[in-house]
Ligand binder design. Structure first.
Ligand code: AMP
Length: 355
């Protein structure tokens, strides 16, 4: 079904991803309706409608669904069961959400798709950490199964006598343990899939993290990563097919000497794709909207010889005057209020000179 301009797009979550999606929707003549439990989420500021409600408030979700023509989400830590009231208005479906919000389910699913992931074990207590060290070698990285993002809920363990402390460090919650991967670089692939099965991938993006938080994303990603593009696209397509995913899916990879290994997937637009706003023919936000609205996908090619996106984290955003004075810098400030340490407050994209 094609939803024409004037239709209402519901977005679960009112953070910066929702905000940039709402801006892209407005340009095409669509209106957005944000549902978020916070008082003034930054996406609501640029959207036509806002419902303040908890994600598990079934009555609020039912009313929200009645007021929207399609509903999507901008983050994956949403309880799945209450979303049943959204019916088939939800895209991507709850299947994509279920898989992406539990690291153990995600790894099992990825393996069933034939994708490579880091060797891993399930962890439900300190003894499992000792067993994982035995099985996977030292060190291992513990990651909570749920609600982890930007390196939160993660701890390294090197020796069996660190097991109890590592279990405490991740908050004594169900987790996975991963072998430490040695990789040359990290990259992500953002792939859109329409309800007719049409797919379109943006060029792979090289990502630099610090303290578990993305700092910069660069395209082209460099020859070692570009050489893995075919394998990465094939893996991402297989994942989307298996999920019946409609919308944008992001796959994060480690570029290892023997090929790409998947770190994790996100069933949504992604921080590493912000450069597409100015750097690609179609932005990841517009592409996601096109997919869920039943429109043809746009071209996902570069408009210049490359681009770099730099995140403004915490107090970085105080340097806005410096960035806005740089003639070729595209400054985005999310309007999120307090610049707490580690909080993503904005980003800057710089395009390389045209070819
Ligand atoms: P994640 O929250 O899973 O994206 O992990 C955050 C960051 O930690 C990644 O971007 C990597 O830089 C690093 N990391 C995650 N898993 C591993 C691993 N198995 N081996 C080495 N580094 C890792």
């Amino acid at each position: 079904m094609v939803l024409p301009p004037g239709s209402i797009v519901g977005i679960l979550g009112g953070g910066q991803l929702g905000r940039m999606m709402a801006l892209a929707a407005a340009r095409l003549g669509y209106k957005c309706h944000i549902l978020d439990p916070h008082e003034s989420p930054c996406a609501a500021e640029v959207s036509a409608h806002f419902t303040r409600a908890a994600y598990d408030d079934v009555d609020a979700l039912r009313r929200f669904a009645e007021q929207c023509d399609v509903v999507t989400y901008e983050f994956e830590n949403i309880p799945v069961e209450p979303l049943a009231v959204l019916g088939d208005k939800l895209a991507p479906s709850t299947r994509s959400l279920e898989v992406a919000q539990d690291r153990a389910a995600e790894k099992r699913f990825l393996e069933s798709c034939g994708a490579r992931v880091a060797p891993w074990r399930e962890v439900d207590g300190a003894p499992d950490i000792e067993a994982a060290l035995e099985a996977l070698g030292s060190p291992i990285l513990l990651k909570s199964r749920r609600y982890g993002y930007d390196g939160k809920g993660q701890a390294w363990a090197h020796r069996a006598d660190e097991a109890a402390a590592a279990w405490d460090a991740i908050g004594r919650q169900p987790a996975v343990a991963e072998a430490r991967m040695s990789f040359d670089a990290e990259f992500s692939l953002i792939l859109a899939r329409g309800s007719n099965g049409e797919t379109s991938a943006f060029p792979p993006t090289r990502n630099l993290h610090d303290g578990g938080i993305l700092r910069t994303s660069t395209v082209p990603a460099g020859p070692e990563i570009d050489a893995m593009t075919g394998l990465a696209i094939a893996a991402a397509k297989a994942i989307e097919e298996a999920l019946g995913h409609v919308g944008v899916l992001t796959v994060e990879f480690f570029a290892c000497a023997d090929g790409p290994i998947i770190n994790e997937i996100a069933p949504r637009v992604h921080n590493s794709g912000h450069w597409t706003i100015e750097g690609a023919q179609t932005s990841q936000f517009e592409q996601h909207l096109r997919a869920i609205l039943g429109l043809p996908l746009g071209a996902a090619t570069l408009v210049s010889s490359g681009a770099t996106m730099q995140n403004l984290i915490g107090a970085d955003v105080d340097r806005w005057a410096e960035f806005v004075a740089e003639p070729r810098a595209h400054l985005h400030v999310y309007g999120k209020g307090e610049a707490r340490s580690g909080r993503k407050m904005g980003h800057v994209t710089r395009l390389n000179l045209p070819k």
